[in-house]
Design a protein around this ligand. Structure first.
Ligand code: SF4
Ligand code: SF4
Length: 368
């Protein structure tokens, strides 16, 4: 296709999506739009596809919200509050449905907010009963805050278990201008799940108050800091930056052979651009054109793994199975998220490599 044909086709698609397929104004509220939608995003949902369950499609889950807006009780719709919440939990937060939605409805955030309401009601009910209503143990949360409070200046929040790797690569560390490294585990999964109270999010922002710049290795943790802590709270005044933003160009210069697949992070490719953050190589949809890599995105397990590890594993298995069916390269998978390397080990015979390991391989002598 020539460049002119390509531009013309892109314009036609945009006009078709944005102008001709628009919902009537009265259905523009998110849950209502889904309720009346012919479900163009159905195929994209990893939980609905893996569970093979039509009640947990994006539309199915959002319909619960709309029915509540219309006054139907949880008991009437789902049998009980807890059962209704089970449906709301069947979401990895991947944002795929939003990507395919004409309206770009943010299903994941709607579901997360609704779960948060449920869990905060639960917490009130459990208060004073001696049961632990929180998902981050109070002692562990307090220890985490102490560790965050001790940080100052330019810091690196590395993936848990990778501090020694960073210490062994001082040149890479110097490139970031980092003075301190912490491998504290931020409770981003609990937040995604709707189980982190606002007061806890604020406390994290305050604890990071002495940091002037925070480099974050994990896209998931960076998403939590950028969306929950930084954007919605004023207490975090420092800049959150991803390690990927600093080093992506070096990796982009690499040629990956046809037997290598690059497993991108949906946080980087899909979610961050929605916040208006510039993530190099991830202006939506451009990644394969930029790199020529064999790129893929599993749809994610993220916080879902915390809630339903068995189904999360099934999502991973299904994802690999689909790739094999498509004849995709599976000799080696380079993962953009360290968490994904952990998920994929044991699910595939492919060599699973973390992108920073891939990047420094060969250049390591000058790095260490
Ligand atoms: S997210 Fe969009 S495409 Fe999917 S059901 Fe809702 S309105 Fe329809
Ligand atoms: S965000 Fe992902 S998992 Fe959640 S409803 Fe949409 S497609 Fe399904």
């Amino acid at each position: 296709m020539s460049l002119i044909q390509s531009i013309s086709s892109t314009l036609k698609t945009w006009v078709f999506k944005k102008k001709l397929l628009k919902f009537s104004g009265r259905f523009r509220q998110d849950p209502e739009a889904c309720f009346y939608c012919p479900e163009m995003c159905r195929f994209s949902c990893p939980t609905a596809e893996t569970l093979k369950d039509n009640t947990v499609t994006p539309r199915g889950k959002m319909s619960l919200l709309h029915l509540a807006e219309r006054g139907f009780s949880a008991e009437t719709i789902a049998g009980s509050e807890a059962q209704r919440n089970w449906y709301l939990e069947q979401c990895t937060g991947c944002g795929r449905c939003t990507e395919y939605c004409v309206y770009e409805n943010d299903v994941a955030s709607n579901l997360m907010n609704e779960r948060a309401k449920y869990f905060s009601r639960e917490a009130v009910l459990k208060a004073g009963t001696g049961d632990d209503a929180g998902y981050v143990q109070p002692a562990a949360f307090s220890d985490m805050l102490d560790e965050l409070r001790a940080l100052e200046g330019v810091v690196l929040l590395c993936e848990p278990g990778r501090r020694d790797w960073w210490r062994a690569h001082p040149k890479t560390l110097d490139d970031l201008g980092v003075a301190e490294i912490s491998e504290v585990q931020l409770p981003f999964r609990e937040w995604d799940w709707g189980k982190l109270a606002d007061i806890q999010i604020e406390a994290i922002g305050e604890a990071l108050g002495d940091c002037t710049q925070i480099w974050v290795e994990s896209p998931e943790a960076a998403w939590f800091l950028a969306k929950a802590v930084k954007e919605d709270r004023e207490s975090l005044s420092s800049e959150v930056r991803l390690v990927w933003q600093r080093f992506f160009a070096l990796l982009a210069a690499r040629e990956f052979g046809p037997d290598v697949s690059f497993h991108e992070s949906y946080h980087l490719s899909r979610l961050f651009p929605r916040l208006g953050y510039s993530i190099p190589m991830y202006e939506r949809g451009l990644m394969p054109f930029h790199s020529g890599w064999n790129s893929l995105d599993c749809g994610g397990e993220g916080f879902y793994q915390l809630a339903y590890p068995g189904t999360a594993r099934e999502i991973g298995v299904r994802f690999l199975h689909d790739l094999a069916k498509d004849g995709r390269a599976l000799e080696k998978i380079v993962c953009q998220s360290y968490a994904c390397t952990q998920h994929l080990h044991g699910l595939t015979d492919a060599k699973v490599v973390y992108w920073l390991d891939e990047l420094v391989e060969g250049a390591d002598g000058s790095n260490s």
